[in-house]
Design a protein around this ligand. Structure first.
Ligand code: 5HY
Length: 255
C-alpha cells in the first residue's frame, strides 16, 4: 500500500524552487536481511563510486535472510519497495537493487523518480559490451531458472552461453568451500561453454570478481559495481525513469 505521504512526493505541488546542486546520492538496496552481505555490497559500491557520490546502503528489517527462490523474491520485494518509498522522501537520485534476481525492478521504477538498476541487468549488458558470450555462475541450482528468465527478458539470449550453479546456499558464500566451488565452476564455464566473460550471479559474490578475473585471465563481472557506475552515468546525464505509460507513479488509492 503506498502511504499517503509518498503520494505528495509522487505528485508534488506545481511549485518550482531552484535548489543548489546537491551531491549525487545513490541508494544500494540488499533485499535480503543479512547485514554482513549489505555491508559487503556497500564496500564494493563505495570502492567504485566517483568522488562526491554518496552511497547509501540498506536492507529491509524483516524478510528473508537470503533470497533463494520465487517465494523469497516475492516476500523480499515488499521490504525492497518500502526502501524505495523512503528513498523518494530522502531525495535519492538513483537506486541499485543488489540481488541477482532483480526482484521488483519494474515496480521500483514506478515508485522512483530517478533511475533504478538491477545487478543482473547491469552485469549482462556490461558483459555484452566486452564479449560475444558470457556464462553466469550463481548459487543454488533451483535459482538458475530465475537467471534464465532474466536472460530472456533482457534480450540477452544470443549472449548467454549457460547459467551455472555451485549448488551452495547464499549464506555459505563466506566459506572457503564456496569460494573454491565458484572458482571451479568458472573454470568449467571457460572450458565447456566457450564464453569470453563470466558473470557472478549473486550480490554476495560482489567482492570476488577482481581476484577471480586475475586468476582466470578473463573478465569476471559482478553487477553491483556496474550498476552503481551506470546509475551515476544516467543521473549525470539527467536521465530519470520515464513517467509516461507503465512506469508512471502508482495511482493513489484514496480511501
Ligand atoms: C542475491 N539471492 O543476489 C540472490 C541471488 C542468488 O540473497 N542475493 C540473494 O544467489 O540466488
Amino acid at each position: 500500500m503506498i502511504p499517503a505521504s509518498i503520494c505528495s512526493v509522487m505528485h508534488p505541488p506545481k511549485v518550482r524552487c531552484e535548489m543548489p546542486q546537491a551531491p549525487m546520492r545513490i541508494k544500494v538496496i540488499n533485499p535480503n536481511t543479512t547485514v554482513s552481505m549489505t555491508d559487503k555490497i556497500g564496500a564494493v559500491a563505495r570502492s567504485v563510486a566517483s568522488s562526491g557520490v554518496e552511497i547509501i546502503t540498506c536492507n529491509p528489517e524483516s524478510g528473508p535472510a537470503a533470497i533463494e527462490g520465487h517465494y523469497d523474491e516475492a516476500v523480499g520485494t515488499v521490504g525492497l519497495l518500502d526502501e524505495i518509498c523512503k528513498g523518494e522522501t530522502e531525495g535519492i537520485d538513483g537506486y541499485v537493487i543488489a540481488c541477482f534476481g532483480d526482484p521488483g525492478l519494474l515496480a521500483a521504477r514506478e515508485l522512483a523518480k530517478g533511475p533504478v538498476l538491477g545487478i543482473a541487468e547491469a552485469a549482462m549488458h556490461a558483459a555484452s559490451f566486452i564479449s560475444t558470450g558470457f556464462s553466469i555462475v550463481t548459487t543454488l541450482g533451483r535459482t538458475r531458472v530465475i537467471a534464465q528468465r532474466l536472460v530472456h527478458n533482457y534480450g540477452m539470449t544470443p549472449f548467454c552461453r549457460k547459467v551455472r550453479a555451485i549448488d551452495l546456499p547464499v549464506l555459505s558464500l563466506e566459506t572457503p568451500d564456496a569460494r573454491a566451488a565458484i572458482l571451479q565452476e568458472c573454470r568449467l564455464a571457460l572450458e565447456e561453454d566457450h564464453c569470453g566473460a563470466i558473470i557472478l550471479g549473486c550480490g554476495g559474490m560482489a567482492d570476488l570478481s577482481a581476484q577471480l578475473s586475475q586468476e582466470l585471465g578473463v573478465p569476471v563481472i559482478e553487477g553491483v559495481s556496474v550498476a552503481v557506475k551506470l546509475v551515476e552515468v544516467l543521473v549525470s546525464l539527467g536521465l530519470k525513469t520515464s513517467k509516461v505509460g507503465d512506469l508512471a507513479y502508482p495511482t493513489c488509492k484514496s480511501d
